[in-house]
Design a protein around this ligand. Structure first.
Ligand code: KG4
Ligand code: ZN
Length: 400
């Protein structure tokens, strides 16, 4: 089964072509083509993700990325000169009427290249930033109409879970996770514990009550004068502080540790950092020390809550996913602790390149749900299920 997958939920535009050999979850996957454009440079000047600029950039990059992915895969069109009726052209234009020139570009591409023998189009419908999501959803719908291909809506968070068990050392198959499994999803928009009793069974058993952990990294980075996205910046400095054995800059509270439930909170921690650093001239070592103090507390609270969740639900495997799962310190703390407290629980972290947003994970999620695919005409009901929240702290604005 040849799957074209599309991701535009936040600040990455991504398109992949994946061949699935066999059925989910035992298929072997082959990545035939994979292209990704990160909008980080655009958003950096706003201090976070700016929805309108993001939407514009998704529109500008999605077709070039599709072309690049197809080119990389070596897949040729199976129908060079397909008929295009005025009705079909009209449908494509209506589908893409909010995406400015994208309809013209796509129709030109179609007239030049024809159709490609893709079996399924998978697209992220949520959660994410609504204006960004719509670009991918409408583009996928238009493509489905032109190529006469079924289309399957996929959930971005399920994608993160599947990316984390995508095992490149096991012939590109999914790891054979033992249930019940716990997913710890830590990204810029989400921080949640998901109980998985089986494939496709997801129950949220805990979540952040305020900021997502990635958001906290981004905000603390801003307080320290570091650029967006803050996660990698903080983690680099924290590593330096550990190497130099810098003393504690500030004793930060470990939030929600005695709450008895599986909820988390990062807003108070961020505020504590703000109080500790405001009106101070910070040296490079100070910045590194604060970054380390902050990262230590985040790793500790995630590790302790994860351990609680494992105990409370008889968990047999742990899947850590989302952009923040790229954090090596958090990974080390969780893994080394599990080795002692729960040596029978296997922990899975995403392979390099699959922790932050990508479309390979959307292809995997699409494959899992291929039975729910809609016909190109039926796909007109698909809608972006996101929010309009600005994941953005305008530069110059104070972080509260
Ligand atoms: O999953 P993702 O790419 O996008 C969302 O779905 O939100 O996650 C992005 C988030 C950002 O907040 C970024 O700062 C954080 O992941 N991040 C990290 C690291 N790499 C990315 N946070 C901590 N340490 C990292 N190494
Ligand atoms: Zn994500």
């Amino acid at each position: 089964m040849l799957i074209l997958s599309i991701e535009t939920s936040c600040d990455e535009t991504a398109v992949s072509l994946i061949e699935a050999h066999g059925d989910f979850p035992h298929a072997k996957y082959e990545i035939l083509g994979n292209s990704l454009w990160s909008q980080i440079d655009t958003h950096r000047e706003y201090g976070g993700v700016m929805p309108s600029a993001g939407k514009r950039e998704h529109i500008a990059t999605i077709l070039p990325l599709l072309e690049k992915t197809i080119h990389e895969s070596g897949l040729g069109p199976y129908d060079f000169s397909p008929a295009i009726t005025p009705e079909l052209e009209e449908k494509v234009r209506t589908t893409l009427n909010r995406e400015l020139s994208l309809a013209d570009q796509l129709l030109t591409f179609y007239k030049e290249h024809g159709r490609f023998a893709v079996d399924l189009i998978a697209v992220t419908t949520g959660p994410g930033l609504e204006p960004a999501l719509w670009v991918g959803v409408n583009f996928a719908k238009a493509l489905a109409l032109l190529w006469d291909t079924p289309i399957v809506p996929t959930n971005h968070m399920e994608g993160h879970i599947l990316a984390s068990i995508y095992d490149v050392e096991r012939d590109d198959q999914l790891a054979d996770i033992v249930f019940p499994s716990l997913a710890l999803l830590i990204s810029g928009g989400h921080t949640e514990f998901i109980l998985m009793k089986d494939w496709g069974h997801y129950e949220k058993i805990g979540q952040t009550l305020d900021d997502a952990v990635g958001e906290a990294f981004d905000k603390v980075a801003r307080l320290l004068g570091l650029p967006y996205p803050g996660g990698p910046e903080i983690s680099k400095r924290a590593a330096t502080a550990r190497k130099k054995k810098l003393p504690t800059f500030t004793k930060l509270p470990v939030p929600m540790i005695g709450s008895g439930d599986l909820n988390l909170s990062f807003s108070g921690l961020k505020t504590a950092v703000r109080y500790a650093v405001q009106d101070k001239e910070l040296s490079e070592d100070d910045v590194a020390a604060v970054a380390r103090d902050f990262e230590d507390v985040v790793a500790e609270v995630l590790m302790r809550k994860t351990t609680d969740a494992i105990d409370q639900h008889g968990i047999k495997s742990l899947v850590v996913g989302g952009g923040v799962s790229a954090n090596q310190h958090i990974k080390r703390v969780i893994e080394s602790n599990l080795l002692i407290s729960h040596p029978d629980v296997t922990a899975y972290f995403p392979p390099p390149g699959l922790s932050t947003d990508n479309s390979i994970m959307i292809g995997l999620a699409g494959h899992a749900h291929k039975a729910s695919a809609l016909t190109p005409a039926g796909a007109s009901i698909l809608a972006a299920e996101g929010n309009k929240k600005h994941r953005q702290i305008p530069l110059g604005e104070q972080i509260v």
